[in-house]
Design a protein around this ligand. Structure first.
Ligand SMILES: CC[C@H](C(=O)O)C(=O)SCCNC(=O)CCNC(=O)[C@H](O)C(C)(C)COP(=O)(O)OP(=O)(O)OC[C@H]1O[C@@H](n2cnc3c(N)ncnc32)[C@H](O)[C@@H]1OP(=O)(O)O
Length: 251
């Protein structure tokens, strides 16, 4: 089965992580798909990009532990972390509106991927959290830096440091999600973006640039690089490998 699906819905490019059996974990093939989707979304006919997951159990469970656990040293981890952080930077700085539709649980790198989008909406009843701390690492794809830009300081720090999944009422209260929905994810995403789609792409892009200038002034890419390097160091420590093995041995 293809690990991702790319569709176009009347000017909205939809990327779906299609690995429901692995709770939509991000593998190298999914990274290939995200890079392809970002290129396609740059086409003139596309006004916005949406990212979601297959099924109703998970939006994305972060990095694919069954393959990334083979990365043992900081140097080995850095390569993977850097590649995915480049993808998140492209999403973050994408010159059109982007939305993550949390169709299910979003944990670890799944929360990082969602943070890179301009908007996040969530199906009622799901949970989302930066659980990296439970694996003795920090965020490592740029999500910690990005969420520290998008949420109030205390909310962002609390979400990162607690390293637990939050329910939708808390996610709404801290502003991590903009709204909740029931039913089909793509329909929900299209509904959220409905008014945007009637506005000229040039206008949408010009407004997006206003927000990107602020991120660039805050040296966002330099700070994300520092996050990737710090996560790589923690990744190489025994404490991380022990926690990942604990998860994999549960299977
Ligand atoms: C910098 C980012 C960083 C990185 O890796 O690069 C991270 O993202 S760190 C965080 C990594 N992710 C996790 O630690 C999450 C692990 N998964 C879970 O906690 C749960 O699976 C959960 C809460 C997402 C869903 O729980 P549920 O009970 O619904 O499902 P199962 O746990 O039974 O899992 C079903 C099936 O999926 C496999 N699975 C789930 N998550 C991953 C993953 N991240 N990588 C690989 N495989 C994953 C799980 O092993 C089960 O497979 P099966 O073959 O059926 O046993």
């Amino acid at each position: 089965m293809n690990p991702y699906i790319i569709e176009e819905h009347e000017g909205l490019l939809v990327f779906t992580i299609n690995r429901e059996d692995k709770r939509n974990a991000i593998s190298y093939e999914v990274m290939d798909g995200l890079e392809e989707a970002i290129t396609l979304a740059g086409e003139k006919k596309i006004k916005a990009m949406m990212i979601t997951g297959a099924g109703e159990k998970a939006f994305c469970s972060g990095g694919d532990l069954s393959s990334f656990h083979e990365l043992k040293t900081a140097k080995e981890a850095y390569k993977m972390l850097k590649r995915m952080s480049n993808i998140l930077v492209k999403i973050l700085l994408f010159p059109k509106p982007t939305i993550a539709v949390l169709n299910g649980t979003a944990v670890g790198g799944g929360c990082e991927l969602a943070s890179a989008c301009d908007f996040r909406i969530a199906r009622k009843g799901i949970k989302a959290g930066f659980i990296q701390g439970t694996l003795a690492i920090t965020t490592g794809w740029g999500g910690g830096t990005i969420v520290s830009e998008k949420l109030a300081h205390a909310h962002a720090m609390k979400m990162l440091m607690e390293a637990v999944p939050y329910k939708t009422d808390e996610l709404l209260q801290i502003g991590f999600i903009q709204s909740t929905y029931e039913g089909d994810s793509i329909t929900a995403g299209k509904l959220f973006l409905h008014k945007f789609m009637g506005i000229e792409t040039e206008v949408l892009s010009s407004y997006k640039q206003m927000f990107l200038r602020k991120l660039e002034q805050n040296r966002i890419e330099e700070r994300i690089q520092a996050e990737v390097e710090q996560c790589s160091i923690l990744w190489g420590e025994e404490a991380h490998h022990k926690q990942v093995n604990k998860f994999l041995q549960k299977k």
